[in-house]
Design a protein around this ligand. Structure first.
Ligand code: RUQ
Ligand code: CUA
Length: 660
């Protein structure tokens, strides 16, 4: 690889000397809290919040939905991790959702929720989120708040620059953090062969615009850097998507030092439209790759997992005009595109300025071949001065992420100096700053990465909360802060703790989601192979050592509730169908000693618990969700006999009534 001679500025690290790299504390909160904050966040009992906020759970692997401005937690949506609250990843129907080419992976790390968009605006249909560790993209259906689909991404490690979508959700993307040898080159490579054998790959996952179905359309094979974040163009820049890259030094050890050598890394600009055309013209190369594609079917209430075996790739060095690099100061993290699609804001986490690139200047520089060297021989690096619109000067320390409001302002988080900075998009002047407690990562404005931001609220997602909440041992609450951005000066309204580590959040007006809500699943539409649609059809069927229990649940009994003839050594599948046809009446199901989990079954749904009875005897089961006044009566018994016993299968409900 050949670079132009950017200075190898080790001293840039000086900026981070001492403890500043770990964040520093602003003054006390008191003064920055708005006087009528309480009133602004008070949502009276029985009233709805105005906005939904979807926060990633970080190392929990899930997504959490909150009401804003109250900060009330509404639901944890299980995505990449088993969830004991509702049996996701434990029930037979949902286990396939967590299948991967590595087998069953019960826990991942989720970072960036992304709302689907139509014409660059949040449309409230789906929420995408990345699995960071075992690379995957999930799609959550916002009509049911359930994970509908998960697709694994081959050829990459650390799916961090993901899952950002193009203007009409044509694609969601995933780019590699840990470059590594491609999957078809998984011989016994040495780590020292990094520069020769390691590669990056950018996945373009096509999204069906009618039903959201995803498929891996193609992957661009790119240089072995660390790709960090992304945002697609909009309006005039519709055809492009921008990625940050760091570690252009291509270090594979002690990145803390070795990946901070160069004064500038890159923004990688990809013309995805052109890539799409190349694929359509048959220019892609098929390579073998193993990756799981898991789909949850809302009619069968069950997921299937299919293992795919190849992917189409494009080697970007073979197709000039597909990719350009723009120099960007100091290990950039976030890259954000202004609502008009004309400005590209990059945040060099070790930089002292926020560079704002001009889309138009980028096109001009490409036209005029204003290059500053090449990457891998023929991928042009555009001249910094040629593509730069300007720099936001002295914004603070450690800029990470930027979002926009409806009035022409941008907001950037400063990780090191612990603040949110407001600046004007047209003249790049700083207008205001507000301390955040502490060390904010991402931030979110309602519609703040879309073409039509709504503004009003900003969430600062903070990494450290020392001294903010009652202590809870060594692990303290994660948190975010709600900031009012309606006025000239930002005003702190509320702190609230969150689930896991919120990396990014997306906020959307509640109306866009409310109108599509599914209240229950129609029993007549239930296509689960083990569904039982009426109590008279309940049964227990033995087939060798497999026993299928077809059970129903309705207020306030489980049927059948007396089951005999189960033996040690049996594999028992209890298929519970919830017969309710009303909103908000789930039933639960638990068996004493079951080594798997419990179930939570939505109205009209069928869920299956697999149980291997371990001890002979009487084993109770019951409903775990307080569903009615007689919930405590919603129970039953299994009789488990020793292996080889000849107690026949027998099941009933309401037999041998007690006599008064
Ligand atoms: S990243 S801030 Cu995935 Cu910015 Cu966490
Ligand atoms: Cu059903 Cu409690």
């Amino acid at each position: 690889m050949k670079f132009s001679p950017y200075k190898l500025l080790v001293p840039a690290l000086a900026l981070l000397a001492g403890s500043t790299i770990y964040g520093c504390k602003p003054g006390k909160a008191g003064s920055s809290v708005d006087a009528d904050a309480a009133q602004k966040v008070y949502v009276a009992p029985g009233k709805y919040d105005e906005v939904y906020a979807f926060l990633s759970g970080g190392f929990s692997g899930q997504v959490a939905a909150y009401g804003i401005p109250s900060g009330r937690l509404l639901k944890v949506i299980p995505v990449f991790s088993q969830n004991p609250e509702n049996g996701y990843g434990y029930s037979e129907e949902t286990k396939p959702m967590l299948n991967t080419s590595h087998g069953f992976v019960p826990w991942d790390d989720s970072h960036h929720p992304e709302l689907s968009k139509t014409n660059g605006e949040d449309d409230g249909r789906w929420l995408f989120i990345n699995g960071n560790n075992t690379p995957r993209i999930a799609r959550i259906d916002l009509a049911t708040f359930k994970t509908a689909e998960i697709i694994e991404l081959p050829n990459i490690g650390g799916n961090h620059a993901s899952p950002f979508c193009t203007e009409n959700t044509e694609y969601v993307v995933g780019n590699t953090r840990f470059s590594e040898p491609l999957d078809n080159n998984k011989t016994d490579n040495s780590i020292a062969s990094f520069k020769q054998t390691f590669k990056g790959a950018v996945s373009f996952v096509k999204v069906n615009k009618d039903n959201g179905a995803m498929n891996l359309a193609f992957q661009l094979i790119v240089p072995a850097f660390n790709y960090d974040l992304a945002h697609a163009g909009k309006g005039p820049s519709h055809d492009w998507i921008f990625f940050t890259c760091y570690n252009t030094e291509q270090a594979h050890t002690l990145l803390e030092v070795n990946a901070s050598q160069r004064d500038k890394d890159f923004i990688m600009a990809v013309n995805w439209k052109k890539a799409e055309e190349l694929i359509a013209a048959g220019k892609g190369t098929k390579i073998s790759a193993k990756y799981a594609h898991n789909v949850y079917n809302e009619k069968t209430h069950a997921a299937t997992s299919v293992m795919e075996s190849e992917t189409q790739t494009i080697d970007i060095t073979k197709f000039p005009g597909l990719v350009y690099y723009m120099p960007c100061p100091k290990s950039p993290h976030g890259v954000d595109v202004s609502p008009d699609g004309l400005s590209i804001v990059a945040s060099g986490k070790l930089a002292a300025v926020i560079p704002v690139f001009s889309y138009q200047k980028m096109l001009d520089a490409i036209d005029k071949k204003q290059y500053d060297g090449m990457v891998e021989g023929n991928i042009p690096v555009l001249k910094y001065e040629a593509v730069l619109r300007g720099e936001v000067k002295k914004p603070g320390l450690g800029p990470l992420h930027t979002e926009f409001d409806d009035k022409g302002y941008a907001y950037t988080t400063m990780f090191v100096s612990s603040e949110v900075v407001k600046w004007k998009l047209d003249n790049l002047e700083i207008i205001d700053r507000i301390p955040s407690y502490y060390s904010p990562g991402h931030l979110s404005v309602v519609g703040g990465d879309s073409k039509k931001p709504f503004g009003k609220y900003l969430l600062s997602l903070n990494k450290i909360t020392k001294d903010r909440y009652l202590p809870t041992g060594p692990e303290l609450a994660q948190a975010c802060q709600l900031i009012d951005i309606t006025g000239n000066k930002m005003k702190l309204l509320l702190d609230f703790p969150t689930i896991g580590k919120p990396h990014y959040a997306q906020m959307i007006l509640a109306d866009k989601i409310l109108k599509n809500q599914v209240k229950f699943f129609k029993l007549e539409d239930n296509k689960n192979a083990f569904a039982t649609k009426s109590e008279k059809d309940t049964k227990v069927v033995r087939n060798g050592n497999r026993v299928d229990v077809y059970m129903t649940a309705i207020r306030s009994h489980l049927a059948p509730d007396n089951i005999e003839g189960i033996k040690i050594g049996d594999e028992v599948y209890v298929h519970v169908t919830n017969l309710e046809q009303d909103w908000d009446v789930p039933h639960g199901f638990a068996i004493k000693g079951a080594n798997n989990a419990e179930l939570l079954v939505m109205p009209g749904e069928t869920c299956t618990l697999k149980w291997a009875p371990g001890l002979a005897g009487i084993v109770p089961f019951y409903c775990t969700d307080f569903c009615s006044a007689l919930h405590q009566e919603m129970q039953g018994y299994f009789r488990v006999s020793p292996a080889g016993s000849n107690v026949p299968i027998k099941f009933s409900i309401g037999e041998n009534p007690v006599t008064q």
